[in-house]
Unconditional design. Structure first.
Lengths: 305, 389
């Protein structure tokens, strides 16, 4: 069978910057695939090369078994793209916009309107695109990417700048798109998003893929410290440490920042029982490692552009 | 198309999918879709233009305001009729009858008066251009004011030719040389005759240059170009739809201009081949769009595209005689203006609209403008970028 995407050894250089430095990845048909990385990691350039907007300096790419470069209209009918910023014609309403994009693929106005309904924009169909909220614009942008029923969909940071409600609604939409059998490739720097949505993720930095795998597998791979925290003031840090030592619980650290008393450990059970004995469980929170920890461990903590 | 996607793909996918129900691309005839991409892109641009109030104002109404303003201000400023008061009988004038009389009245409006002193005062005030009377010895006396020297010269010339003709006739011999005095005045332009093609040319140039440059820059900046590139839309559909909409706009400008200029108030008289203005305007629009394409290819922002377009259009309009005749321009400026398509549009439109010019006058101009478009488009293509990056 043909993979939805197979890319091998892609390299792209802009002047002195090696934006993409030997990326290879395979996305299976029907998969929800995430590309994660800090700003400037090369996510968007990689996506642009996969989509066929850029010709890489080196490397071999196939989408649905076809080469995306040079431009191949037959392939373009089978893929849908959404950019970081919305690409809308000026002075058009949402309905006119989706119908226009539909017409490029031979999709009639009825099916275009149905897609608008699908993303919940029927009520805003008459609104000019430049008057839409961020969430509405993103949904319209995704609708425009999906109007022709593509098999493979590329989404570049679709939830950036959205409020929590809009993000959750968009997640539902993206899950449904994928559940219909479409392959979805998404870039994001929201780790929770990747954890919730993606079957597999690749973590990128400095133009390279650092790690690829299912989010849960990646999280298990890293040192799985559990962070237990309760309200500050129930026990002092010193007293807690004494109690934990007495109980023989192994802990990595005990901190009190004035709001919470936090204990980091590999074995949460003895710690929890000590805290329970002291009746110090008010405001209890137990937090395991997340994709964010994987990400930070892989990419470091320094600020990015 | 999904033949290669069947099989045991579901097993390879991390979580079980409803394989086999993968969406299929819509089937359709490429031919029909190309047409509809052209149609919908044209519609998009037309709608964007109509909804952009300032664009509509600058492209359609602003040039029309100039036509109304200049047309009214200059109305009758250089009417071909010189007004002459004839005092008493003037043999040489009275002798001209029949066809000759009609010819003469095309250029001279002759009124009769017996009040010589009063008429002379009128000449002095500029109410009439000259006074004519015959002295006792057959001398024709012409009294004119130097206030309008051009008009005075014209009157002198006409009357002199009439006198010469009378002299020649008196010899009883057929004339060895003849001069058709009426033709001179017919060839000179009434203000509306040069204002209409001039301002129309300026309007068409403004519309075409700005629409091409701003569409290109806006679409590039808003990533519409990139999006179109990832849709099965041909570059031909994009370019031809932009040309179609600009040509439509230019023809609308032409129709409005001609409708206003031919009203009795402005009095533009169209001659036989005036319809040639249509292919002329179409070719000129394509030439102007190539300039806009170049401006849009070079410019990174809408503001820059606006500035570059204005820097090209305004001087081109002045040099091409859009606002005033440029017969007195120095040779080197004339040479520059000859390189601009607007100059040729203005000249050719004057010719076909009101000087009876025909296909042979318009064809070389059209060819030249299309050649200009081809050269400038080729240059623009070297600067063209799909993306901002």
């Amino acid at each position: 069978m043909t993979a939805a995407i197979s890319a091998d050894g892609i390299r792209q250089r802009y002047g002195d910057v090696q934006a993409v430095d030997g990326v290879s990845l395979t996305v299976e048909s029907g998969e929800f695939y995430g590309i994660l990385g800090p700003n400037g990691a090369g996510k968007t350039t990689t996506l642009e090369i996969l989509e066929g907007i850029r010709k890489p300096d080196e490397g071999r790419i196939e989408l649905l078994g076809l080469a995306p470069w040079p431009r191949n209209p037959k392939l373009l009918r089978r893929i849908g793209v959404q950019f970081q910023a919305s690409a809308f014609f000026n002075k058009l309403t949402a309905r006119e916009t989706i119908r226009t994009f539909g017409s490029f693929y031979g999709v009639g106005p009825k099916r275009a309107d149905a897609m608008l309904e699908r993303v919940g924009l029927t009520e805003s169909a008459g609104v000019m695109t430049d008057k839409m909220s961020g969430g509405q614009a993103q949904r319209l942008s995704i609708a425009c990417a999906l109007v022709h029923d593509p098999e493979l969909v590329f989404l570049d940071e679709p939830t950036t700048g959205l409020d929590p409600q809009a993000r959750r609604n968009l997640w539902d939409l993206l899950r449904n798109i994928n559940a219909e059998g479409r392959t979805v490739v998404l870039t994001t720097h929201y780790l929770d998003e990747a954890e919730v949505l993606c079957d597999r993720v690749s973590v990128m930095d400095h133009g390279k893929v650092l790690k690829t795998g299912a989010p849960a597998a990646l999280i298990r791979e890293i040192d799985d410290t559990v962070r237990i925290s309760v309200e500050s003031g129930l026990l002092t840090a010193e007293r807690t440490r004494e109690l934990l030592d007495a109980a023989g619980a192994e802990v990595t650290s005990v901190d009190d920042d004035g709001v919470s008393l936090a204990v980091a450990t590999h074995l949460p059970a003895p710690v929890l029982s000590v805290l329970a004995e002291q009746n110090a469980l008010r405001g209890l929170e137990v937090r395991g490692a997340t994709l964010e920890d994987v990400f930070l461990q892989l990419t470091g903590r320094e600020y990015r552009a | 198309m999904s033949a290669e996607r069947t099989g045991s793909e579901a097993a390879a996918v991390p979580s079980q999918r409803t394989s086999g129900t993968a969406p299929s691309a819509p089937a359709g005839q490429p031919e029909r879709e190309r047409v509809s991409a052209f149609a919908s892109l044209s519609r998009v641009m037309l709608v964007a233009f109509v909804r952009d109030k300032s664009a509509v104002f600058f492209v359609l109404l602003f040039p029309l305001m100039f036509l109304l303003l200049f047309g009214t201000l200059l109305k009758g400023a250089t009417s071909p009729h010189a007004k002459v008061v004839q005092v008493g009988s003037v043999q040489v004038l009275d002798a001209v009858q029949g066809d000759g009389r009609a010819e003469l009245e095309k250029v001279l409006a002759i009124t009769r008066s017996d009040d010589e002193a009063g008429s002379l005062e009128k000449v002095r005030k500029g109410d009439v251009d000259a006074l004519i009377k015959q002295g006792p010895d057959g001398r024709v006396e012409l009294r004119f004011s130097a206030a309008d020297q051009v008009r005075a010269g014209a009157v002198q010339g006409i009357v002199n030719s009439v006198v010469q003709q009378a002299n020649q006739a008196a010899t009883g011999k057929p004339p060895a040389f003849t001069l058709d005095a009426a033709r001179v005045e017919d060839e000179s332009l009434k203000p509306i005759q040069f204002l209409t093609p001039g301002l129309l040319g300026w309007a068409v140039a403004t519309g075409a240059v700005f629409s091409a440059s701003l569409t290109l820059v806006t679409w590039r900046r808003k990533m519409v170009l990139r999006r179109l590139r990832l849709a099965p839309v041909s570059a031909g559909a994009i370019v031809s739809s932009r040309i179609a909409v600009s040509v439509l706009t230019a023809l609308a400008q032409t129709a409005i201009f001609l409708a206003v200029a031919t009203t009795p108030f402005f009095g533009l008289k169209l001659t036989g081949n005036w319809w040639l203005i249509i292919p002329l305007v179409i070719c000129a629009t394509i030439a102007f769009m190539s300039i806009g394409l170049l401006a849009g290819a070079v410019a990174k922002t809408e503001e820059a595209a606006n500035g570059i377009s204005q820097i090209i259009v305004l001087p081109m309009s002045f040099l091409s005689g859009s606002f005033f005749p440029t017969d007195d321009m120095p040779g080197w400026l004339k040479a520059i203006s000859e390189a601009m398509p607007l100059r040729h549009l203005v000249t050719a439109s004057q010719s076909v609209l009101s000087r009876g010019g025909g296909v042979t006058d318009a064809l070389p101009t059209m060819g030249g403008m299309l050649l200009f478009a081809a050269v400038i488009t080729a240059i623009a293509w070297r600067f063209f970028r799909w993306d901002d990056a």
